[in-house]
Design a protein around this ligand. Structure first.
Ligand code: 3PG
Length: 214
C-alpha cells in the first residue's frame, strides 16, 4: 500500500464545491473567490465543462489551488491529473479508486457516511475524509459521535453546509474544513455576478475565522 499524499495547505477551511457549465466562467470565478480570500476550489466532474475548467484555472490562476470533485471512476483519476488538478474528492470510495489515486500520487479525500466506511478508508491510509452527505448523515451530532471511537480521523463535512451552520461545523475538533455549493450559486455564475461570489467568499472566511478563533 502506498501512503496517500497530503492535501496542499489552504488558507481557509472552506472549500467551494462548483458545478461549471461554461468553461469561460472558470477563470473569473477563481479570481472572484481569491478576491474574497478563498484560495482553493473543487470543480466537479458533473458537467463536461468540468475538466477543461480545471485545466483553465490550473494554467491561468497560479494562486488558486484547484481540485477535482465527484471523482467516482478509476479512469477519471488520470483525466483530472492531466487537467492539472492538485487534489480530488469523491462522494464515496472504492478500493480500486483509492489504488488509482495513490498510484498517481494525487492528494485525495474519500467520501464516507458510516463508521465502517471510515474504518475502511483509514485502513487504506486515509486520515481526512469527506462526510457526505453531511446533514443527512446526522450533521454535527454524527461528527461528535464519530469523534469518540474514531477520534484520529478528520472530516470535511459537505452537503447541507451553509453560512448558518458553517461556524458550528468548524468548531468540531474533528472537522478540518467544510465544503459546499452555496458560495457559487448557479444564477450568480450565469449572470457573471463575480461581486456576489467575492462577497459570499468573504463572508465564509469571516465565519471560518470566528470559528477558528473561538
Ligand atoms: C457536494 O457535491 O459535495 C454536495 O452536493 C454539496 O452539497 P451542498 O449543495 O448542500 O453544499
Amino acid at each position: 500500500m502506498t501512503t496517500p499524499v497530503a492535501l496542499p495547505a489552504f488558507t481557509t477551511r472552506v472549500l467551494p464545491v462548483i458545478v461549471i457549465t461554461d468553461v469561460a466562467q472558470a477563470v473569473p470565478l477563481a479570481e472572484a473567490l481569491l478576491a474574497g480570500g478563498i484560495d482553493a476550489m473543487e470543480i466537479t466532474l458533473r458537467h463536461v465543462a468540468g475538466l477543461p475548467a480545471i485545466e483553465a484555472v490550473a494554467r491561468a490562476v497560479p494562486d488558486m489551488r484547484v481540485g477535482a470533485g465527484t471523482v467516482t471512476k478509476v479512469h477519471e483519476v488520470e483525466q483530472v491529473c492531466n487537467a492539472g488538478a492538485g487534489f480530488a474528492l469523491s462522494p464515496g470510495f472504492t478500493p480500486e479508486l483509492l489504488d488509482a489515486v495513490q498510484a498517481a500520487s494525487l492528494p485525495f479525500v474519500p467520501g464516507v457516511m458510516t463508521p465502517g466506511e471510515v474504518m475502511r478508508a483509514r485502513e487504506l491510509g486515509f486520515g481526512l475524509m469527506k462526510l457526505f452527505p453531511a446533514e443527512q448523515a446526522g450533521g454535527i451530532g454524527m461528527l461528535r459521535a464519530l469523534a469518540g471511537p474514531l477520534g484520529d480521523v478528520r472530516f470535511c463535512p459537505t452537503g447541507g453546509v451553509s453560512p448558518a451552520n458553517l461556524a458550528d461545523f468548524l468548531k468540531q475538533p474533528n472537522v478540518a474544513m467544510v465544503g459546499g455549493s452555496w458560495l457559487t450559486p448557479l444564477e450568480a455564475l450565469q449572470a457573471r455576478d463575480w461581486g456576489r461570489i467575492t462577497a459570499l467568499a468573504r463572508q465564509a472566511c469571516e465565519l471560518a475565522a470566528s470559528a477558528t478563533a473561538a
